[in-house]
Every structure is written in structure tokens, then in C-alpha cells.
Write a protein that binds this ligand. Structure first.
Ligand code: ATP
Length: 459
């Protein structure tokens, strides 16, 4: 029990029990507190901050980079590693206009841009409900179609022949490599190609911290299926993707599936549903799951003159597969995990901030904390650190009192602290302390890795 005092004076003292969670701060405050935590503790920094910051671009700091990597790894594990029907890809970000001409993005990847006639601010018409968020006016210019793709030039000449685009989605990389993957892997439908990487959109109004930025990271998979099976696989992936978020700790009451109305569908889609999260400002999209039909493969086949289809030797039929696409945002999802995990409670009568993030996503799974800075504890502490480091992300902290150090780890979501004390030198045991319950148990150093792995696997 957490409030059971270790009877040994050489060990970390009791903290008192964690009071039951209060459900955290009200949603108006939640966003501010999470953004504050991200800056204070080094999850996310404003980009180019020393030059006043570059609007709506962000850099991921020492903790953020771990968390983001863990989100992407969890996705990769579920979508590629644990399956035999999905393979990975890492395609180029720079791409020629031909790709975006064929995919329809040059013509259709636009948002409706309006100017407020009163204050002259620019807005995305479909996001403001007819009222200027800045001044309240309802008078706007006619909407113009604004293309979201970033255009640049490859090579020293800035003429039309040198135009290139930064990809606005990773998906096209899978379509243009369809035949390469088919031939090199001998996969046959149903099979998928997955990719994680940066995408760029010149958003009219980037907003809500890293929810909508111009440079962001996506996790997308294109699942190629016989056309007659498309509906089945669409429903299959809706369930798979919804459960992925639940499994990583997003509470069920903060997650929902929303099917698009026919007039909302993208130019390529025969059906789309979004996984939505209850953000502090309301329900909003984490991931879109779409039935893209054979639109993309047919469009690229027509434009390139290459055959992008599949010959099924068992039926002697040649067909263009349909595609089911679960398309998630890594950076946006990371923010949802932070918002869902943020909590405030009391330990031993003192308030604390605690990030109840899933241990697999936590920036550090373990913190190794020598009880005192005394040299005598260092060799064993180093040994414990080196025992854990090949297997887990480990923080090492020797500064300040143990209570303060526990609080610092709670705030960044470290699920377990391992304290090395003076008794450890005698009995070879260390104290493992749990973030959520503050419970402490004594574990022999030899069994420590198994103990921690067991706890991780149990989640
Ligand atoms: P929206 O309608 O919000 O602009 P979308 O429906 O066009 O988004 P998709 O093209 O379906 O978005 O992209 C798939 C996922 O990529 C989104 O669910 C989101 O998680 C992520 N994403 C898209 N645009 C951005 C952005 N500007 N910043 C961060 N993540 C993004």
C-alpha cells in the first residue's frame, strides 16, 4: 500500500495515498494547462522562438520527440509488425506535378477562402459558421477555392519545368508504388501499404496548438481489396482503428465514430467515417477512414500509361483494387493523448499534476533515482540504469529531494520510478514506485527488468 511506511530509515519515505482522480481541470483550463506543460517540460516548443517564432510551426523537444515516436511506433506495431498482410513504405516528400495532377489535388485540394468585409481577416468558410471569429461580422467576400499545396522549385531554375510540390498527404506514395510493392513482395489483395511521415498543407487558419499546423506528421495505410469486399474491409478498419485509441488509453466517452454526409465526401471517396476525440473545443477529427474506391489507381494508370491493376491467377480475372484508407495524424493524435492523460489530484494532501499516459506512450517508461547524491549509491545506480537502458527509455535524476523528483516524473507521465537507497547496497533490492497509485514495492535488482516488463505487458 502506498501509505504503508517502509520500516527502514535508509529507504524512500511514504508519500501518502493518491486521492481519487477528480477528472482533471475543466475543459476551458485544460488546453491552457497542457500547452503550458508542453512548454515548461520540453514536449513542444514554438519553432524559431529566438526570432519571435514562426507562426503555427512547432519543434518537438526532448520529451515530445519520445512521445511522438512512441505514438508512431505503436501505430506501426499494430498496422505492420503484427500483421502479415501489410508492408511499409517511406516515399519522398518532394514530388512532381504529374502526381498531383493525376490524383486530383491540383484541381480539388482546396478550401473555401473568404475575407471578412469588416476586419479583413481571412477565414476558411466551412469552419466559421457564417460569423467572423475576430469581429463578429457576417459580411464576407465570395468564397474562392484556395489550393493547400506548398509549391516549390527543384534545382537552380525557377521556371515551370522545375515546379515541385511538398506532399499534402502520404497516400499518393503508396499508389505510385503499387506495382513496385506488388512485384517485390508477392502480396495479393487484400493487402496494405503503410507509411508514416511528414505532410504539408498551407492551411488558411492553423489553430489549436498542434491540432492544425502547416507541417505535420501522418500515419496512413492504403489497403487494396477486391471491389466486392470493399464494404466489409471498410467496416473492419473502422473497428480496428477505433479500438487502437481505446487500447492506448483514450477513454470511451471521449471517442466516437462519425460517418460523413454524402455532401461532405472528398472527391475520391465512396464513404468516409472519422474517429473523433472530444477536444476542449468539442468533437473533432483524429483520423479519417475512407473507401477511396479505385479512383487513385485508375487515375495514375490513365495519366502514366502504366498498368496499375492486379491479375488474379485463381480466377483469371484482372481488376483494379478498391482502397480502404485509415489516415491518422501523428502530431494531432499525440495532442489528444496528452489532453486525455492530463490530470490533477492530491498525494498526501499536496496537489500534484499527473500525466496518466499509457506506459507504452510515456516519454520515459522508468526513472532511476538514487535516494541521495552520495557517491556510495552511484555504482549500483549506474548498474541499474545500464540494465534497463537496452530495453526501456530511462531517465536518470539525482537532483533535489525524492518527493520533488517523484512529482517531476508524475508530471511527464513516467509510470515507474526505481529508487536506489542505502539498504539496496546491503540487500540488493530497489523500490519500484507506481505513478498512478504511488504504491511502492521492493524488488530485487536481478528481477527488476522482468518486473517492469511484466507491468508494461499487462497494460
Ligand atoms: P480537415 O478537414 O480537418 O482539414 P482532413 O479531413 O482534410 O482534415 P485528412 O486529409 O483526412 O484530413 O488527413 C488525415 C489526418 O491527418 C487527419 O485526420 C488529421 O489527423 C491529420 N491532419 C490533416 N491535416 C492536418 C493539419 N493541418 N495539422 C495536423 N494534422 C493534420
Amino acid at each position: 500500500m502506498s501509505d504503508e511506511a517502509p520500516s527502514h530509515p535508509g529507504r524512500p519515505g511514504p508519500e501518502g495515498a493518491a486521492a481519487p482522480a477528480t477528472g482533471g481541470p475543466a475543459s476551458e483550463d485544460l488546453m491552457e494547462r497542457v500547452v503550458g506543460l508542453c512548454k515548461r517540460r520540453g514536449f513542444i516548443f514554438q519553432s524559431a522562438e529566438i526570432y519571435g517564432g514562426f507562426r503555427s510551426t512547432y519543434d518537438y523537444g526532448p520529451l515530445g520527440v519520445n512521445l511522438l515516436r512512441n505514438v508512431k511506433n505503436a501505430w506501426w506495431e499494430a498496422m505492420v509488425q503484427r500483421r502479415t498482410d501489410v508492408v511499409g513504405l517511406d516515399a519522398a516528400i518532394l514530388s512532381p506535378p504529374a502526381v498531383w495532377q493525376a490524383s486530383g489535388h491540383l484541381a480539388n485540394f482546396t478550401d473555401p477562402l473568404v475575407d471578412c468585409r469588416a476586419c479583413h481577416q481571412r477565414w476558411r468558410q466551412d469552419k466559421i459558421g457564417g460569423v467572423c471569429p475576430n469581429c463578429g461580422s457576417t459580411e464576407f467576400t465570395e468564397a474562392r477555392a484556395f489550393n493547400l499545396m506548398f509549391k516549390t522549385h527543384a534545382g537552380p531554375l525557377e521556371d515551370e519545368g522545375a515546379v515541385a510540390y511538398l506532399r499534402p498527404e502520404t497516400a499518393q506514395g503508396m499508389f505510385v508504388n503499387f506495382v513496385n510493392v506488388l512485384q517485390t513482395t508477392r502480396k495479393k489483395p487484400p493487402f496494405g501499404i503503410a507509411q508514416v511521415g511528414k505532410s504539408f498543407r498551407n492551411e488558411i487558419t492553423p489553430q489549436n496548438f498542434v491540432f492544425r499546423t502547416r507541417e505535420f506528421e501522418q500515419m496512413e495505410m492504403e489497403y487494396f481489396v477486391p471491389p466486392a469486399e470493399a464494404q466489409h474491409w471498410f467496416e473492419y478498419w473502422l473497428a480496428e482503428r477505433f479500438n487502437w485509441y481505446l487500447g492506448l488509453g483514450i477513454p470511451a466517452d471521449k471517442l466516437r465514430l462519425r460517418h460523413h454526409d454524402p455532401d461532405e465526401l472528398s472527391h475520391y471517396s465512396a464513404g468516409t467515417a472519422d474517429v473523433e476525440f472530444l477536444f476542449p473545443w468539442g468533437w473533432d477529427e483524429l483520423e479519417g477512414i475512407a473507401n477511396r474506391t479505385d479512383f487513385d489507381l485508375k487515375a495514375h494508370a490513365a495519366a502514366s500509361g502504366e498498368k496499375l491493376d492486379y491479375f488474379d491467377p485463381t480466377t483469371n480475372e484482372r481488376y483494379t483494387p478498391y482502397v480502404i484508407e485509415p489516415a491518422a495524424g501523428a502530431t494531432r493524435t499525440m495532442m489528444a493523448f496528452l489532453l486525455a492523460a492530463y490530470d490533477e489530484d492530491e498525494v498526501g494532501g499536496e496537489p500534484r499534476t499527473v500525466l496518466r499516459i499509457h506506459p507504452r506512450l510515456a516519454p520515459y517508461q522508468v526513472a532511476v533515482l538514487p535516494l541521495s547524491k552520495k557517491d556510495s549509491l552511484e555504482p549500483l545506480s549506474r548498474r541499474v540504469l545500464e540494465l534497463l537502458q537496452p530495453h526501456l527509455m530511462v531517465d536518470y535524476d539525482v537532483t533535489q529531494g525524492i518527493g520533488k523528483r517523484y512529482r517531476r516524473q508524475d508530471e511527464i507521465g513516467t509510470p515507474w520510478c526505481v529508487t536506489i537507497d542505502f539498504d539496496s547496497l546491503e540487500d540488493g533490492g530497489v523500490t519500484v514506485r507506481d505513478r498512478d497509485s504511488t504504491e511502492q514495492v521492493r524488488v530485487p535488482v536481478d528481477g527488476l527488468l522482468d518486473e517492469l516488463r511484466g507491468r508494461l505487458d499487462a497494460r
